[in-house]
Design a binder for this molecule. Structure first.
Ligand code: NAP
Length: 256
């Protein structure tokens, strides 16, 4: 995964505060770096302190401002505390990127209650928790951007991912509903559905499966994390003020 891409989208987020869940690696890290590079102060959320610190240090090294907040995104009280802390520390919260996610893949007859609950809780409940906490701040300010990272699995389904696909489809429903609820307050809510992106999550599939995936993707390659970050930059920008309730696939043509 390339972490220092040449940025192709120029967005000015100076004076804004962003929060990114799952910022310790992969897509979330690329999003945090891109938002920091665009001038936003970035609150980096995950459980691994060392990895979070690496993200924050990279943002600072690029001249940006970042802070880390360790949090299990499934923990309601912890999520409220993090959002309260960010607002207390920086006085505002303008952009929330709900990115943290896990897979626990297995076919439905073998799927345990824990595998179902863990994925729904990490991938979907977390989006509800951060959205609820952040909207209280954004509605008062009458502005804000909520960007949820769903997946093409939430649109197409994927064998072995009943839990994951359900969680990602749930994000789509949540996104569209909250977009309708908040549009009048100038808070936009959108989702991005990445296809297969090169991160530790897709590394876990192994080379053989990755090669099969590449054959299925019209673009004939995996996506890069910074390509998702670019889509986030656009949705966070002033240019996207009239864009809400949208589900943006970034998938090399997989769902075309
Ligand atoms: P990744 O490399 O496995 O990173 C997952 C991130 O989520 C990590 O930062 C992890 O941080 C965080 N996380 C997981 N459980 C958490 C919890 N309970 N509390 C706090 N943080 C938690 O995954 P990725 O590939 O970058 O994926 C990022 C998002 O994109 C996910 O929502 C994923 O479903 C989605 N997505 C990925 C792909 C892909 O091909 N890679 C495709 C479609 C959608 P800690 O472990 O440090 O807590």
């Amino acid at each position: 995964m390339s972490e220092t891409p040449c940025r192709r989208i120029q967005v000015d987020l100076n004076g804004q505060t962003a929060l990114v869940t799952g910022a310790s690696r992969g897509i979330g890290k690329a999003i945090a770096l891109a938002l920091g590079q665009a001038g936003a102060k970035v609150a980096c959320i995950a459980r691994n302190e060392e990895k979070l610190r690496e993200t924050a240090d990279a943002i600072s090294a690029g001249g940006g401002t970042a802070a880390i907040y360790m949090c299990d995104v499934t923990d309601s009280a912890a999520v409220q505390k993090v959002v309260d802390s960010v607002v207390e520390d920086w006085g505002q919260l303008d952009i929330v990127v709900n990115n943290a996610g896990i897979t626990r893949d297995t076919l439905i007859p073998r799927m345990s209650d824990e595998e179902w609950d863990d994925v729904i809780s990490t991938n979907l409940r977390s989006v509800f928790l951060f959205t609820r906490a952040a909207t209280q701040v954004m509605m008062r300010k009458r502005s804000g951007r909520i960007i949820n990272i769903s997946s093409v699995s939430g649109i197409m389904g994927n064998p072995g991912q009943a839990n994951y696909s359900a969680s990602k489809a749930g994000i789509i429903g949540l996104t569209k509903t909250v977009a309708r609820e908040l549009a009048g307050r100038k808070v936009t809510v959108n989702a991005i559905c990445p296809g297969f992106i090169a991160t530790e999550m897709t590394d876990a599939m192994g080379q053989v499966v990755q090669d099969e995936v590449k054959k299925r993707v019209p673009a004939k390659r995996l996506g890069e994390a910074h390509e998702i970050a670019d889509a986030v930059l656009y949705l966070a920008s002033d240019s996207a003020a009239y864009l809400t309730g949208h589900i943006l696939t970034v998938d090399g043509g997989l769902t075309a």
